[in-house]
Design a protein around this ligand. Sequence first.
Ligand code: PHE
Length: 455
Amino acid sequence: MQNVTVTKARDSFTTGLGVIAATLGSAVGLGNIWKFPALTGLNGGAAFIIVYLLSTLMAGLVVMVAELMLGRRSKSDALTTFKVLHPKNASWALIGAAGVLSAFLILAFYTEVAGWVFAYIFKAASGAVLSSDPKVTSAGFEKLITDPVQSVFWQCLVLVFVGAIIVAGVSKGIEKTTKRLMPVLFLILVMIGVRSLTLPGAAAGLEFLFRPDFSKVTGGVVLTAMGLAFFKLSVGMGTMITYGSYFRDDQNIPMTALRVMLADLTVSILAGIAIFPAVFTYGFKPEAGPSLLFITIPAVFSQMPFGNVFVVLFFVLGAIAATGAMLSILEVPVAYLHQRFGMSRFKSTALTVILLALIGSTAALSNSVLANFKLFGMTMFDFYDFLTSNLLMPVGGLFICLFVGWVWGEEKVRAALSNDGQLKNGAIISIFLFLVKYVAPLTITVILLRGLKII
Ligand code: PHE
C-alpha cells in the first residue's frame, strides 16, 4: 500500500513564487502578530529581539534548511522521510512521530487564538468590542473567552475553514490560497504601520522597540526567545519537511530559507511598528502580554482617527496570517495519513479535524469549565504552548541537526543542497555543514538546559 502511494504522482507546489508564498505563509502567523509583540513587550524590547535574532541565525534557520532538504530528498511526509532516508535504523522516525504529535498540540491552542481573531473581526466591525476604556475592552475579551459555547464554536469554525482548503490539495488549496493572501497581508500591515508612525507617540514606541534593556534577559527569557525562533520559522516539528517534499527540484533551498526568514522578520518588526507607537501615544503599557492584541489594541486604536477601520483591518491581518500557518501545521498529519495509510485527502483531513476539535476543546475551555484543571501549574492552553515552543520544537530541531550532520552525512548533504551539482554554492554548503554539526546542536542544548534550570 505504502509503495503504491509513494510512487503515484504527488501533488506539489507548481511555481517558484508558489513555493515562497506557501513557505512564507507558514512562517508568518500569530507568532508575528500576537506572540512577537507580546513577548517583546514583556521581556525588554530590543534586548529580546537581539537574542531572538541570534537564535534564529544559529539554530532556527539551520534547522529550516535541514528540514526542507530532507523533505525534498525523500518526497515524503515528516515520519516516512526518516524511514526512506535511513532505512537501517527505524528509531530516527521518532522525530517525525514527535512532529505529528506537536502538530496536534500546537493546533489545539493555535486554532483557539485564531478563533478569537476571527470573532474579533465581526465584533470590531459591529463596534461591540471598541472603547477607549481598557476596562471595557478587557470585559469584552473576558466575555468571549469565558463563554464555553462561543470559544468552542469559533475554534471549530476555524478548523472547518482551514480543513476545507487542505482538502483542495497542495497546489489548488495551499499554494493558491497563500499566493492570494500574502500580498494582502503586506498591504494591510504597511497601511497600519504608516497610520501608527504618524501618531505623536511614535518616537517613544520606536525607542522601546529598538533600545535594548538587557537587565530583563534571564535564562528563561533566552529559552523563550529561542522557542519563538523555532515557532516563527515553523521548524522542529516536521512542517518544513512536509513542505520541502512539495518543493521543485530546481529550488535553491538555502536562498529560499534565507528569504523567508528575512521576510518573516520584516513582518514581525512591522507588526511591532504598527503596535507600539500607538500604545505609547495613548498612555498604555507595553507589558500587557498575550492580551495586548485583544484588550490593548482595541482600546488604543479606537482613540485614533479612523481607528475603528484600523481595528477591523488589524484582525483581518491576524486572520490572514493565522490561516497560512494553520494550513502548514494541519498538512503534517494529513500528509502522513494520506501517504502511510493511503487514505484520501478528504478522509485524512476529516479525521484530523475531528481529533483536533476534541483535543482543542481542552484549550478552548481552559478559561471556563476547565479553568482549574492544571498540569505543572499551567492551564491546558498554556501547557500546550509551553510544551511545544519551549520543549518539543527545540528538541525536535536538535535531533534533526544531529541526524543531518552526523548520520546522513556530508556527501549526501552536498548533493542535496547543490541540487545534484547544478548549483555552485559550495561555500554556503560548507557554512551550513559547520552550523548543523556543531553550532546549532550546542546552542540548542545549552539554552534548553539553562532555560529549564538544569545547569
Ligand atoms: N510560524 C507560525 C507562526 O508564527 C506558527 C507555526 C508553528 C506554523 C509551527 C507551522 C508550524 O504563527
